[in-house]
Design a binder for this molecule. Structure first.
Ligand code: ZN
Length: 238
C-alpha cells in the first residue's frame, strides 16, 4: 500500500493552530500532502474562523516550498444541488447538476484567484467529492488541470482525458488497495483524530509518499470496478 495524504478546506478562514499541528506532524516524517484550497469560501460552517491576512502571502508559499501540491477545491464551497454526479459519495454538490456555464465560471474564477497570487493549481477536487462530466469539460475549457483527486479504485487511472488519483478514506487504516489517499479536514480535527493519525504514522510512515501530481496512462479496469463495489459493501463506513 502506497499512501498519500490530502488536506481539505485550506482557505483564508481556517483553524490555524490545527493546521500548524498537522504541518509539524507531516514535517516530522517529510511527507508533503495534496492541499485543497477554497478560493472564495462562503461556507457558513467556516465563518467562525477569523480571516488570516498571511494566508496567500506566507502560508501557501511556505507549503509550496515544502513540496505540498496545490489543488483547486471548488469555488465557494457552498452546495446548491442534491446530486451525486460521477462520484456519488454524497448527495449534495457545488458542481454536480449545476449548469455548464456556471461551472465554467466557478473554475475560471478559482484559477484566476490562484494566478493573482502567483500559483497554478495542478489538481482539482470538488467539495463533498461530487462533480459531473460538465465539471471535467469546464476544467478542460478554463484551466490546465488534468488531474482529479477522488473516486474509488485500486490505483490511479485515466478516463475522460483526466488522471484520477483515488481517494478511499477519511481516516487512516489498512486497506487492500495499491494506492490509497486519506483525506483530512484539519480545521475540524479533534484530539482523538490527531492521536490516531500520529499513532498510524509512527508505525506506517515508510508507506507514505509525498503527493505527486503526475499523469498516468493506465485505463480503469474491471478490477477497479470490483474493488469499488467491495469498498461500498465492506469498507465505506469508518
Ligand atoms: Zn471541502
Amino acid at each position: 500500500m502506497t499512501c498519500y495524504l490530502r488536506l481539505d478546506d485550506a482557505c483564508e478562514k481556517m483553524n490555524i493552530p490545527n493546521w500548524e499541528r498537522m504541518e509539524a506532524l507531516l514535517d516530522r516524517y517529510h511527507i508533503a500532502p495534496l492541499v485543497g484550497i477554497i478560493p472564495h469560501c462562503e461556507d457558513p460552517d467556516m465563518s467562525d474562523f477569523p480571516v488570516d491576512p498571511a494566508f496567500w502571502d506566507e502560508t501557501v508559499p511556505r507549503w509550496v516550498k515544502k513540496g505540498w501540491v496545490l489543488a483547486l477545491h471548488g469555488w465557494n464551497h457552498v452546495c446548491t444541488t442534491r446530486e451525486g454526479g460521477l462520484n456519488p459519495a454524497q448527495k449534495r454538490s457545488e458542481f454536480a447538476g449545476v449548469p455548464f456555464e456556471t461551472q465554467k465560471q466557478k473554475i475560471a474564477d478559482g484559477v484566476r484567484v490562484f494566478r493573482e497570487h502567483g500559483f497554478e493549481p495542478a489538481v482539482f477536487f470538488a467539495p463533498s467529492h461530487t462533480f459531473d462530466e460538465n465539471t471535467l469539460e469546464a476544467l478542460k475549457a478554463c484551466s490546465d488541470i488534468r488531474i482529479i483527486s477522488d473516486t474509488i479504485a485500486s490505483k490511479p487511472y485515466t478516463k475522460y482525458g483526466f488522471t484520477f488519483i483515488p481517494l478511499q478514506s477519511g481516516v487512516v487504516r489498512r486497506l487492500p488497495f495499491d494506492t490509497v489517499t486519506f483525506c483530512y479536514h484539519p480545521s475540524v480535527m479533534q484530539e482523538a483524530d490527531f492521536a490516531r493519525l500520529e499513532a498510524f504514522l509512527e508505525e506506517n510512515h515508510s508507506q507514505f509518499k509525498s503527493f505527486e501530481a503526475k499523469p498516468c496512462a493506465r485505463r480503469r479496469t474491471l478490477y477497479d470496478d470490483l474493488m469499488r463495489m467491495l469498498y461500498h459493501i465492506k469498507w465505506s463506513r469508518r
